[in-house]
Write a protein that binds this ligand. Structure first.
Ligand code: ADP
Ligand code: MG
Length: 395
């Protein structure tokens, strides 16, 4: 996936105004009727139509005329809206190379005015299999509230909220800097994913640290749910940082035990295989935990009450609510079921250019400075426009 930010430098105020109008329209239209875009954007002398053409050319919008004439944002269009907002806020001034690509996210380096390099994670929920899930699952009937825009925004908000809360509890996580739409800005972690590490000076210490983290999370009422060698970063001093939080759940979740066991097993398996760790070390790490244990001495959550403090109190502070959590969980669970099936359908995203087969996920681009980003879209009359104003100010 390529994020061609070069285009961003040449987009005008009107371009962003129309892009924002399409985004607004997508709150209640999967495809926003062209006429509605024009009504919301309210450019003089039919200006909207010219701008729409330009945005289409740059693959920021997708045109659909199957039911009626209309548009929807592409990921690239959504990326640009988030990036522009964050640049306007002064969070960063330049976008650099891609440093990670996941199934449902892309990670880039960004640089601040003073040259500090941060990490930008763009969430892409529904990049794969979303359409098929959507057509099957009952709860996804109300499509608009479950559109990829909504889900990706929720995933970003959740990740941001968790990162902040975990940092406050002194867990080794990146520093959460800011969040807008589907985009999270965080500190850049030095080092490598554990999966890339072939040798460790002290594998037993690293192992204990990592298992200690899974246990301490559980003691705080949380399970990572994707705790594996891809989501653990390690630096030259063998300091561990955990990343990737959109799928975390509470220990009161009905599948908590399964998720916890899976996280633990992933780590055990990896360390056994790569670093030849023994059962003795595994047992010791568990014995130290203060969690309830079953007859065989394994941590268990059966006695945990269904009201969990951590999620509700601390996360709500960042604007991530219980309803958000439920919506996101439904999607993730639906998708897991879907992934297990065979008829996965790719959601083709016209907004990105494929990377090609050069085997490199990591692109080497020099930082591209994003100039002239201080204009705010200007608005005029009627209700749509008042909300556009509120929306633009809000963003
Ligand atoms: P996904 O949800 O797609 O798995 P991750 O958050 O795990 O996304 O990020 C994917 C990859 O990007 C990671 O394995 C890591 O190599 C890199 N990465 C993510 N966040 C950071 C960060 N803050 N600093 C450095 N590298 C990062
Ligand atoms: Mg990951």
């Amino acid at each position: 996936m390529k994020l061609d930010v070069e285009t961003l430098r040449y987009l005008s105020k009107d371009d962003f105004r129309v892009l924002t109008a399409v985004e607004m329209g997508m709150r209640n239209h999967e495809i926003v009727p062209t006429e509605l875009v024009d009504r919301i954007a309210c450019l003089k002398h039919g200006g909207t139509y010219k701008v729409l053409k330009n945005l289409l050319k740059h693959k920021l919008l997708h045109h659909d005329s199957s039911k009626y004439d209309g548009f929807r944002l592409t990921y690239l269009g959504y990326d640009f809206l988030a990036i522009k907002t964050l640049v306007n806020r002064g969070v960063f001034t330049a976008v650099g190379r891609q440093i990670g690509v996941g199934k449902e996210s892309d990670i880039f380096e960004v640089a601040t005015e003073d040259g500090t390099v941060l990490a930008m994670k763009l969430h892409r929920l529904g990049r794969t299999s979303f359409r098929a899930v959507k057509s099957k699952r009952d709860y996804l009937r109300h499509r608009n509230s479950y559109s990829w825009l909504y889900l990706s925004r929720l995933a970003a908000l959740k990740e941001f909220a968790f990162m902040k809360a975990l940092e406050e509890h002194e867990f080794p996580v990146p520093k959460a800097v800011d969040c807008n739409r589907h985009c999270v800005i965080m500190s850049l972690v030095q080092g490598y994913s554990l999966v890339q590490v072939k040798q460790l000076e002290n594998p037993d210490v690293v192992f204990e640290t990592i298992i200690g983290l899974v246990i301490r999370l559980a003691e705080h009422g949380l399970i990572h749910c994707d705790f594996n060698e891809f989501n653990i970063m390690i630096d030259d001093n063998e300091k561990v940082t955990m990343i990737d939080f959109p799928q975390m759940v509470s220990v009161s979740h009905r599948n908590a035990q399964m998720y916890f066991d899976r996280d633990m097993e992933c780590i055990f398996k990896f360390f056994r295989k790569r670093f030849n760790l023994s059962f003795h070390e595994e047992k010791e790490a568990i014995d130290q935990s203060e969690l309830d244990k079953d007859d065989s001495g394994w941590p268990c959550f059966s006695s945990i009450s269904k009201s969990d403090g951590f999620l509700d109190k601390e996360l709500a502070a960042s604007g991530f609510t219980r309803k958000d959590q439920n919506d996101l969980e439904k999607f993730v669970e639906g998708k897991a079921e879907q992934d297990a099936g065979s008829d996965e359908e790719e959601l083709v995203d016209e907004g990105h250019v494929s990377e090609g087969q050069d085997g490199a996920n990591i692109r080497s681009l020099s930082f591209l400075r994003l100039e002239d980003q201080n204009e705010q879209a200007v608005v005029s009359h009627d209700e749509d426009e008042r909300s556009l104003q509120a929306f633009v100010n809000d963003a």
